[in-house]
Every structure is written in structure tokens, then in C-alpha cells.
Design a protein around this ligand. Structure first.
Ligand SMILES: [Zn+2]
Length: 202
């Protein structure tokens, strides 16, 4: 198991310089492979938006300094997330837009900027037209699969506690949409994750 170290936008009110230093120390641990989840959440709006933006920027700077990729959380904040990533950007290590929930057009913009797109259980939901379109348009070499455990369990387990045992259902749906075999999708997304997080493949 590997770790990402970061403060989620719902909790950035607790951050200060001392805790940022603690995060920096965690980033230097051998098994820390990313800074995240960091970003903006205007759905729950648990912290003032200006505070969320400040600490999103500070943690992007931390990732650049530590040369680690980022895992981005963005909910109901597509425009501001995009603007901050355009202006501040992650470092050369890149990152993933985790549980990507915006438009296929925006996904393509992020791919052009060098990011990966995280796809989870929502792609299996029956009426999920937009996530299916995202899966169709993003090249396989840029897709990561994920659970967002305990949330977003795929069909037919929707509403129950999610687990990585459900990942084959996500893989099968991406394979169906792209006209590939589940094996193709499994192999490619595994390699993508190893590449992004600099993990030696098993
Ligand atoms: Zn998240």
C-alpha cells in the first residue's frame, strides 16, 4: 500500500505553517507517492472559498517542491479548479483529477495539460451519460480507475459500502464503452498508475 499526503478542501481550516511542515515531512516518507487529495469543494462548502483556494495553491507548491504528483479533488468547482491548475499548475510530476465529474471537453483540456483522469463507480450508473462520454473520449493511457471508497459503489452495488473488490465492474464498463477487453483496460490502467506514482510494476 502507498500513501498520498495532503489536506482535503473540507478540512483546510485546520491548516497552518506548522502542519504544512508536518505534511512536508510525510511527503519525504518512502511510501508517500503523491500530494492529495487537495483541491476545492463548493458542494459542501465547509471552509470559506478564499481559504480553500489559498491552501490548494500552497499544497500545489508543496508538490512542486517535493516533485510529487497531485491527486485533485474538485466538486462543483470546475472553473476555479481549472484556473488554479492553469496558473499555478502541478510540477513535472503531473497528477490525477480524482473521480472526475466534469465535462468531456474539460477532461480533454486536462489530458492536454498532462493530467490523468480518475474514473470510478459512477461510470457504471445507468443514466451517467457524461461519465460514459468522458470514458469514451479520454485516451486509455490517461485513465486511472479508483473506488472513492466507501462512496460511489458501482452498479449493482450502488448505495452500499464500496471496496476495491468492485473495481472489475468499473474496468468492464470502460472496456465496453471503448470496445476493448477488460484485460486491456486492466493492464493499461495498472501501468498508468505505476507511471504516475513512480511505483515499480509487480
Ligand atoms: Zn475526493
Amino acid at each position: 500500500m502507498y500513501a498520498a499526503a495532503g489536506i482535503h478542501p473540507d478540512d483546510v481550516g485546520t491548516l497552518d505553517e506548522e502542519k504544512l511542515q508536518r505534511l512536508r515531512d510525510l511527503c519525504r516518507e518512502e511510501k508517500t507517492v503523491a500530494v492529495g487529495e487537495i483541491g476545492l469543494d463548493y458542494y459542501w462548502d465547509k471552509e470559506p472559498r478564499e481559504i480553500q483556494k489559498k491552501w490548494f495553491r500552497e499544497q500545489l507548491a508543496l508538490a512542486r517542491e517535493q516533485q510529487l504528483p497531485v491527486s485533485i479533488h474538485s466538486r462543483d468547482a470546475a472553473q476555479d479548479t481549472f484556473e488554479i491548475l492553469k496558473s499555478d499548475h502541478a510540477g513535472g510530476a503531473g497528477g490525477v483529477l480524482h473521480c472526475f465529474s466534469s465535462s468531456p471537453q474539460l477532461a480533454e483540456e486536462y489530458v492536454k495539460m498532462g493530467y490523468y483522469i480518475g474514473i470510478g463507480g459512477t461510470v457504471t450508473f445507468k443514466n451517467a451519460r457524461v461519465p460514459k462520454e468522458v470514458a469514451a473520449r479520454v485516451p486509455l493511457e490517461r485513465i486511472l480507475i479508483e473506488t472513492d471508497c466507501p462512496y460511489l459503489a458501482p452498479t449493482p452495488h450502488r448505495g452500499k459500502r464500496n471496496s476495491s473488490l468492485n473495481l472489475p465492474l468499473v474496468i468492464q464498463e470502460i472496456a465496453r464503452i471503448k470496445g476493448l477487453t477488460p484485460d486491456d483496460v486492466e493492464t493499461a490502467t495498472y501501468e498508468n498508475a505505476c507511471r504516475l506514482f513512480c511505483i515499480d510494476p509487480m
